[in-house]
Design a protein around this ligand. Structure first.
Ligand code: SIN
Ligand code: MN
Length: 213
């Protein structure tokens, strides 16, 4: 009997959940790469946002740096240590393009924001709207790859007060939101500790969001 490796669900117009899209071997390789990035010289850091609060996750931007104080992209990490943003690996760009194509979108990613959530990690409801106006207008998607512990992911509408749907993003899932869903509010309400596949030996969750600036 054949078991499909993954399923594709259109959660809302332009928002797709590719559940189980990555094999466990692919997940393990990505987790190893994330760990190496985490502890590299220009590694992960805990961003401080406007108003002085700390985010509830560790971040590392590849390709271009997203400045948490100005909400702008730049070449160097001006809000942290002034180092250049490490490059976005070509095979990661290709992975993003492949996932987008699976649901009918095209992306030439030049940014990946790698987030690490510990047991108490979370991310408030927000829109991804700091990319170029042309990218947003064209509805070029964000491709989000989940590794490790399951996240309770919130998907809202185009207005902050719109109703919110909660989905579990598990290790190996890819969530793609573009077209009419590109500017939907979203966030991570919480992480479910201890839910990562045992063979990843990972406590917490890495999330990679690929974007075309
Ligand atoms: C993000 O919205 O930038 C990250 C979403 C996630 O961690 O799933
Ligand atoms: Mn986001």
């Amino acid at each position: 009997m054949l078991f499909p490796r993954h399923s594709i669900d259109e959660i809302a117009s332009g928002a797709f959940l590719l559940a189980g899209w990555l094999t466990i071997d692919e997940q393990r390789q990505l987790v190893d790469r994330c760990r190496a990035l985490q502890s590299a010289e220009a590694g992960m850091y805990r961003p401080t946002v406007r108003g002085g609060g700390k985010m509830r996750l560790d971040m590392l931007c590849l390709g271009r740096h997203w400045n948490a104080l100005t909400y702008r992209y730049e070449d160097t990490r001006a809000d942290f240590d002034g180092r250049p943003a490490p490059p976005l690996p070509d095979d990661w760009r290709a992975l993003a393009a492949r996932a987008a194509a699976a649901v009918g979108f095209a992306i030439d990613a030049d940014v990946c924001i790698v987030n690490y959530y510990g047991d108490d990690g979370r991310l408030g409801l927000h829109q991804d709207k700091d990319e170029r106006p042309e990218t947003l207008a064209a509805g070029i998607p964000v491709v989000s790859v989940s590794l490790g512990d399951t996240a309770r992911f919130q998907l809202g509408g185009l207005k902050r007060r719109d109703p919110i749907e909660t989905l579990g993003l598990e290790s190996g899932d890819v969530f793609v939101f573009g077209g009419p869903a590109r500017l939907r509010y979203h966030g991570v309400a919480r992480i479910l500790p201890g839910t990562a596949p045992a063979s990843l030996a990972l406590s917490g969750r890495f999330n990679l969001t690929f974007r075309q600036y």
